[in-house]
Design a protein around this ligand. Structure first.
Ligand code: ZN
Length: 198
């Protein structure tokens, strides 16, 4: 019933999470109301993101450079490493602006039930880094879940014998919560009250 180009636009919006048929239709029709230059910016930014965004060669976070701005920043505390499960968490921490160390982004968390094993989440890059750089503390900032727990304990075990303090965020971050929905005050407390993993 729709012209092909509108149909294609609707289908494109449906690639995005949480967007069903109805919302996709609504979004597609609102695109029709945009000014030419807004549409140009929209389509250019999609292309740019696709072309330029890649993984930082050091921390594995998303960047449009070889090294992300955090890895290239020599003013940061080089002794503290915050390990997170995805790039979104880095942006979240940066937004609250309380953590001044470095980050490392894993490709998700260990989840044997879903067939995700330690070798699938990029641990070797993390371990290489830990052996090369001079971290005194490693903070696991995963969402509170069995997967987060499993991953933290696994890495802690691998690091056994190294002279590095290993901590995790304090509870306060609700179990099962997605990190992106945790408010900044909760996250700030969780970071300040972090606990040593025994
Ligand atoms: Zn980086």
């Amino acid at each position: 019933m729709y012209p092909d180009s509108i149909k294609a636009l609707i289908e494109s919006f449906k690639y995005l999470p949480g967007i069903g048929e109805k919302t996709a239709e609504r979004l597609a029709f609102s695109v029709l109301d945009l000014e030419d230059e807004q549409i140009e910016m929209f389509s250019d930014s999609l292309m740019e993101v696709n072309k330029k965004i890649r993984r930082c060669s050091c921390c594995n976070s998303l960047t449009d450079q070889d090294l992300c701005y955090i890895c290239s920043d020599h003013q940061r505390d080089l002794t503290t490493l915050c390990v997170v499960e995805d790039s979104k968490s880095v942006f979240l921490f940066e937004k609250i602006g309380l953590f001044h160390g470095k980050y490392h982004v894993l490709n998700g968390l260990i989840s044997p039930l879903d067939g995700v094993n330690p070798e699938d989440i990029g641990l070797s890059q993390l371990l290489d880094r830990i052996h090369k750089e001079k971290f005194k503390e490693i903070i696991f900032a995963f969402k509170p879940s069995i997967e987060g727990e499993t991953t933290a304990l696994y890495i802690k075990k691998v690091l056994d014998g190294l002279d590095i303090k290993v901590t995790r965020l304090a509870s306060g971050v609700p179990i099962g919560a997605d990190m992106e929905f945790v408010d900044s005050l909760t996250l700030e407390r969780a970071l300040n009250d972090r606990k040593i993993i025994e």
